[in-house]
Design a protein around this ligand. Sequence first.
Ligand SMILES: [Ca+2]
Ligand SMILES: [Ca+2]
Length: 105
Amino acid sequence: MIKSMMVGLFALGAVCIASHADACAMFFEDHFFVGRSHYVNAEIGVPWLGEWNDIISSIQVEQLCKVTVYEDVNFGGASWTASGAVDWVGDFWNDRISSYICTCR
Ligand SMILES: [Ca+2]
Ligand SMILES: [Ca+2]
């Protein structure tokens, strides 16, 4: 009985580690990682941010990951690749990001 519970817990831990590996970045509504946040998975290109369109002001990118953001929908317009902790995306990119691709090594 105890042994089977231990095996079950171990399996649960493996699932948690696997899902954490998919973490790529977190977008924030305001600068310095304030306001509402939007979690982003790795290896996903999103052609339109929906309610998060033209609102992002700071980005926390996971280690070994990078996110390429685009000014317009469908990966159009200007692009910029961010990594690490970006507490302010800058005057140009503030409230302008409309699509993105996030990847991790
Ligand atoms: Ca904003
Ligand atoms: Ca835009």
